[in-house]
Design a binder for this molecule. Sequence first.
Ligand SMILES: O=C(O)CCC(=O)C(=O)O
Ligand SMILES: [Fe+2]
Length: 198
Amino acid sequence: MDLFSDGASLLPIPIEDGVLAYMARFPLPCSSAEVLAQLIRDTHWRADTIVVYGKRYLQPRLTAWYGEAAYTYSGLTLQPAPMSPLLAQLRTTVEDVTGHRYNSVLLNYYRDGKDSMGMHSDDEPELGLRPVIASLSLGAARTFILRHKTIKRTVKLDLTDGGLLLMAGDLQKNWLHGINKSVRVTGPRINLTFRYVG
Ligand SMILES: O=C(O)CCC(=O)C(=O)O
Ligand SMILES: [Fe+2]
């Protein structure tokens, strides 16, 4: 019997120039459908415009920021707000499972396959030199694309309902990541990225 095939362990994903690990079945406090519905309903979602090369765009997803510190990216400053009991509970379990501490969470709400996230690195100075980011996915499965910044290499991961992806080491320094639009996906997905903002 394979002790690690039940999805309840955080397993390393071999990748050059960075650290990745994945747990297929993150322990949730209730069903993933209930967590998804509660987060969609109770989160103060924002529809932000961002500035890219001097032009303003509406972000192709909704976002929310909870935690102790403000966070600035793409010319936007997100003000801190206290985590709900559900978010605090998810954070504690993510800390237990990954062995790292987090003081903030960015939530992304992909309403359907038309929502997306452009290729980027989470390398803002306030995240520190080798940020540890734990990313929990709920709802529709989406493809997570990683592209190395210097060698021509692309890695695709299927992020499914209830999965936890850990990004660490030099991953943000050496790789970009993002979520493309998908014509096949019609259902909603929420992704929570737990971070430590110094
Ligand atoms: O939705 C995802 O899986 C990616 C989220 C992400 O990259 C981010 O919040 O920085
Ligand atoms: Fe990211």
